[in-house]
Design a protein around this ligand. Structure first.
Ligand SMILES: Cc1ncc(COP(=O)(O)O)c(C=O)c1O
Length: 435
């Protein structure tokens, strides 16, 4: 069966654009991704479970590498690991030749555990503590992206061997996205204003061990227009002489489609074409261009499967499942909307709110979703949960974080087990502070 018809929901929506490209049905008519029946994976791993198509991750990584390398041979793609800071996922991207960016000593440890070579790691953060900088210096990360003059003081104090740096600029570029995800406008906490860029450049030039390699900017996340990315390149050219730099890091931010009915976002090819097009006249050919995609590398690879715990037909039909804001904060934080469906069900549909077990009315995964007459025990699939869901998962109300399952060629592997109640107690102690 073709994937388009395999992903037809009962009410006629074609879900193929919001599911991994491998989506199909097995000979029993059950939905599969990467050759694994989601029903079988949910039974074996339990629910909720975050299930990823490993092939989709690899395909996305290759698309990015090809799109940029074919236009700019000296380009590198770094996975923004904040989108899915899990060693099993990082390992896939490390194998595909990507680098990765980390935003703390914690993300750095996960990246190293995933086999990412330190040379291909860059450290970000507007408030890096000594512990973050020291861990990065000790590991020998390729680049540190400096985001304040205070950080330069810390680096000078901590550095013991040569370290290459980028300076994060504030490009003062606004992009249409949720305000929490816009990072490149004038009022953003990220990036150095022009006079501090100059000051930082002077100070690095006078340093024995710090070396200025280039500049960085990131306009924000879930951006579905290409024009802000072009303006960012132009803005950087207005701030520094790009011809004198070895590396220009243009951040990430390409948006994805969460609902099948959303307008199609720009492809990675279109994105690369416009970004490199803008860079061409401004950068010397030998300059290295880095991009740092997160969401657009992982979002489509992931689905979350929940189990229905109760169906309450009241003012609305509340379909309460076994996870919610503990494993997916996107709807609460960014108003992200999803198109859930009842797995392998062929029944009349009714509008439902899919809600979680947490003590907040806002703990709602989806509002007014047409679901196939859900019943207790049904499996509900929420597509497009590969980005930022795992990363933002939490223990609110004692929730145990779901396992991460990687599916490939009919086999499924747990790369992070489900959190257990004992895990909620492991940090408990009674230790007197030495005052
Ligand atoms: C510095 C930096 N680079 C890259 C990214 C990745 O963005 P996205 O996941 O939208 O591609 C982020 C996330 O906001 C970021 O802060």
């Amino acid at each position: 069966m073709t994937s388009a018809s395999a992903a037809q929901s009962h009410h006629g929506t074609d879900l193929s654009s919001v599911l991994p490209r491998s989506v199909a049905r097995d000979d029993r008519g059950r939905l599969t991704i990467a050759g694994c029946s989601l029903a079988d994976v949910a039974d074996a791993a339990g629910t909720p479970a975050l299930i990823l198509d490993e092939g989709e991750l690899r395909t996305s990584a290759r698309e990015y590498r090809r799109a940029f390398a074919s236009r700019w041979p000296g380009s590198s793609v770094f996975f923004a690991s904040k989108a899915f800071s899990c060693s099993g996922v990082i390992r896939v991207f490390a194998e595909e030749g990507l680098g990765c960016d980390v935003a703390s000593a914690g993300e750095l440890a996960v990246a190293l555990a995933g086999g990412m070579p330190a040379e291909r790691i860059l450290l970000h953060g507007n408030a890096k503590r000594d512990v973050d900088l020291a861990a990065a210096l000790k590991a020998g990360v390729g680049l540190i992206v400096v985001d304040s003059l205070d950080e330069l003081d810390r680096l000078e104090r901590l550095v013991t061997r040569p370290q290459r740096l980028l300076l994060r600029a504030n490009p003062e570029v606004s992009a249409a996205t949720h305000e929490a995800m816009a990072t490149g406008h004038a009022a953003s906490k990220f990036g150095l204003p022009p006079e501090q860029l100059r000051e930082a450049t002077r100070r690095i030039a006078g340093s024995a061990l710090l070396e200025l390699e280039g500049i960085h900017a990131h306009v924000g996340s879930q951006i579905v227009e290409l024009e802000p990315f072009e303006r960012c390149v132009e803005a950087l050219a207005g701030l520094v002489d790009l011809r004198e730099l070895g590396t220009v890091d243009l951040g990430g931010g390409l948006g994805v489609r969460y609902l099948p009915g959303d307008p199609e976002p720009p492809s990675v090819e279109d994105y690369a074409e416009r970004l490199i097009g803008a860079a061409r006249g401004l950068l010397p050919p030998g300059c290295r261009i880095i991009v740092e995609p997160g969401r657009s590398l992982v979002a489509r690879a992931g689905v979350t499967v929940y189990r229905v715990v109760s169906v309450k037909r009241a003012s609305r039909t509340f379909v309460a499942v076994d996870g919610g804001m503990g494993d997916n904060l996107e709807p609460m934080m960014y108003d992200t909307r999803y198109e859930p469906f009842v797995l392998d069900a062929n029944r009349p549909h009714e509008p439902c709110d899919v809600v979680g077990p947490h003590c907040e009315t806002g703990d709602r995964l989806v509002e007014h979703a047409p679901l196939a007459t859900p019943a207790v025990g049904d499996a509900i699939v929420v597509p497009m949960t590969g980005a930022y869901c795992y990363a933002l998962s939490n223990n609110y109300n004692g929730a145990c974080r779901p396992p991460v399952v990687l599916c490939s060629e009919g086999r499924a592997r747990i790369v992070q087990r489900r959190e257990r109640i004992e895990d909620l107690l492991v940090r408990d102690c009674d230790v007197e502070l030495a005052l």
